[in-house]
Ligand binder design. Structure first.
Ligand SMILES: [Cu+2]
Length: 171
């Protein structure tokens, strides 16, 4: 009979664990930007809400698309040029929604075997620092091209107008 006494307690534990996992980090609005068939890399964007009171991070990503590898990137101004910088992790501050968007953080799919066209979807899995994973569907959409994007791993040299501090160009 003892087993029946344990049951409610175990259920409560399981439910608590499940609820924590389900609500702490939430990925929404995933999409990837339409690109020409010969594109060397594809940017994937989304919103990641960390509703917990602890800092977390994205530490890896995978995709159903056939690609050489997946990297975590951040587009930023460095030495006066916009460029994409690979990172080991995308920080997800506590109680904050982090936007992966053109011109900022993104997941980069390197050397896709085939480039999906507008309206097609792919699966993208994010791995978090606590070992949990979340898989979302990302739809191909037309997106604005931002400085630095598409200039993968290469510095490019024209001047950008980004209100605020004007970086000096070093070319
Ligand atoms: Cu990139």
């Amino acid at each position: 009979m003892k087993i029946f006494l344990y049951f409610p307690a175990m259920m409560a534990l399981l439910l608590t664990a499940f609820a924590a996992q389900a609500h702490e980090i939430q990925v929404t609005d995933a999409w990837l930007r339409a690109a020409p068939p010969n594109a060397p890399a594809l940017g994937v964007f989304m919103q990641i809400e960390n509703a917990s009171d602890g800092n977390h991070a994205v530490v890896a990503a995978r995709t159903t698309l056939d690609v050489a590898r997946v990297e975590l990137h951040r587009t930023m101004m460095q030495d006066g040029v916009m460029q994409m910088v690979p990172h080991d992790r995308i920080p997800l501050a506590a109680e904050t929604t982090t936007r992966l968007e053109p011109g900022s953080w993104h997941v980069m799919l390197i050397t896709p075997k085939t480039v999906p066209v507008e309206g097609e979807t792919i699966g993208v899995t994010l791995v978090f620092d606590d070992g949990t994973e979340q898989t979302v569907t990302a739809e191909v959409r037309k997106g604005q091209k931002m400085a630095g994007e598409g200039k993968h791993m290469h510095k490019h040299k024209h001047k950008h107008k980004h209100g605020g501090s004007s970086a000096t160009t070093t070319n």
